[in-house]
Design a protein around this ligand. Structure first.
Ligand code: ADP
Ligand code: MG
Ligand code: ZN
Length: 449
């Protein structure tokens, strides 16, 4: 068996539920996770009853386009909704209202530390109802909860630019961060508010998007319904290894949909018949197409809040905080706002913000989320008045002091332990640094045992 080198080719499809007040095509509340009971936020439209007429949610469209603008996308000035047909019990109409050839946004990107990941498209669709499999009176049943039916759902699809599991994770985290800074989605992974799908294949040559005749592998494996970033990284890595073994045996991995088994840490086959399903897409005749003006798009662009990339640039300019350090404080807008108040307090006190950031990141200063900036500054000041000392440096100084002060050592050992104060002073002087006396005391006590 030869062991050829293969290059991972990975594309992600990410779904996120938008947190608009009402659902995508009706006025039912959009709050499936807080509903008291199943099927209380429903009406003829989201139940798919005959005669229900959809009306598009304006906020959901505006938010989708703002997401596109935040992710450097082009916006289609002419767009529309299409019907995507398939049968499943969680889809009562027999079709999902989605977008086909004219998504609201296309051709954007997210930069990761391992390179740029191009975004092919962002479209808006409706979520399905939720199937609940359980036992009622000893009988196994599948129940349908329509509270989630027709909740606005954005889908963000990348080009197959991703090359590692860590890059896939970084991309997905940055996407979640953007959704949160725009304040348009909570992205609660556990509840299914954000769902990840990874398309994975291996190529004998590295993917070169610039090379127009580059041929992608003739198969891809799609791992669906991944509900954590860690699981996605693990699933990608597992698939890359599994596929390499197959390719090295001169076979081609089966094109299929697989799931992630987080108990046994492996992917498993779910569906193999993956010839392009015929969804019979066509424009939804109940929903007129949209025409946006450039002025409208520019108005929305001007309304974008400060996003993580810009925030890090500003922190660099205002607080001289390096981007790689600042990034640790931008997971949520909330955390970023808090950190900004800390930096303002630190700057006012003329502290070095970079040193403060490092102290917080390295846990030299203990901070609770949202801790009072004044407390943090006080702790930092206490820390800053103390020099660094290495263990060996301290040991050498203590040995010198003890050798030169045998009387004091004898007194200490005979029970006059208060003499330690004198020894601490001698060690401090020998070191020529300002060290936390408690650190010296502890080391002295240990040595004198
Ligand atoms: P499908 O029609 O099966 O959904 P698409 O061409 O629309 O396939 O691509 C879906 C996702 O799969 C995109 O993110 C795309 O970048 C990615 N993809 C396409 N071909 C490959 C491949 N050979 N290996 C890995 N990912 C791929
Ligand atoms: Mg797909
Ligand atoms: Zn409804």
């Amino acid at each position: 068996m030869s062991n050829q080198k293969f290059f991972p080719i990975i594309g992600l499809e990410v779904h996120a539920e938008l947190k608009t007040k009402s659902k995508m095509f009706c006025s039912c509340p959009n709050d499936p996770f807080h509903a008291e009971k199943p099927n209380i936020f429903t009406c003829p439209v989201c139940l798919g009853l005959p005669g229900g007429l959809p009306v598009a949610n304006q906020a959901a469209i505006e938010w989708t386009i703002k997401l596109g603008l935040a992710l450097h996308c082009q916006i289609n000035l002419c767009s529309k909704f299409d019907r995507k047909h398939y049968f499943y019990p969680d889809l009562p109409k027999g079709y999902q209202i989605s977008q086909y050839d004219l998504p609201f946004c296309h051709d954007g990107y997210i930069d990761t530390s391992e390179g740029r990941v191009r975004i092919r498209r962002i479209h808006l669709e409706e979520d399905t109802a939720k199937l609940v499999h359980k036992e009622v009176n000893g009988i196994k049943v599948s129940l349908i909860d329509f509270n989630r039916s027709s909740v606005p759902l954005v889908e963000v699809v990348t080009e197959p630019d991703i090359q590692t599991g860590t890059q896939a994770k970084e991309y997905a985290k940055k996407l979640r961060q953007t959704l949160r800074f725009l304040n348009i989605a909570d992205c609660d992974m556990e509840q299914g508010g954000m769902r990840l799908e990874a398309n994975i294949s291996l190529s004998p040559k590295p993917y070169n998007p610039e090379q127009s005749d580059f041929v992608l592998p003739n198969y891809k494996v799609e791992v669906k319904n991944i509900n954590s970033f860690r699981f996605m990284e693990q699933a990608v890595n597992y698939e890359l290894e599994r596929q390499a073994v197959i390719l090295n045996a001169s076979e081609t991995p089966v094109q299929e949909t697989r799931g992630w088994d987080s108990v046994n840490n492996k992917t498993f086959s779910q569906r193999t018949k993956e010839d392009a399903a015929d969804y019979r897409y066509f424009p939804d005749p109940d929903l007129p197409p949209f025409q946006f003006s450039v002025a409208q798009i520019e108005t929305w662009r001007a309304e974008l809040p400060e996003l993580p990339e810009q925030l890090l640039q500003r922190w660099l300019a205002e607080f001289e905080l390096a981007e790689n350090l600042g990034a640790g404080f931008t997971e949520t807008p909330h955390q970023a706002q808090w950190w900004e108040t800390v930096m303002v307090a630190a700057k006012t006190a003329q502290f070095d913000v970079t040193k403060l950031a490092k102290a917080v990141i390295n846990k030299k200063i203990s901070t609770q989320p949202g801790a009072d900036p004044k407390d943090i500054c006080a702790k930092f000041q206490a820390l800053a008045t103390v020099d660094e000392v290495s263990d060996s440096e301290l040991e050498t100084a203590i040995a010198t002091v003890l050798t030169a002060n045998t009387d004091a050592v004898t007194k200490y050992r005979s029970g006059k332990t208060q003499i330690i104060g004198f020894l601490i002073g001698q060690v401090t002087r020998t070191l020529g640094k300002k060290i936390d006396p408690q650190v010296i005391q502890a080391a002295l006590v240990e040595t004198l045992k």
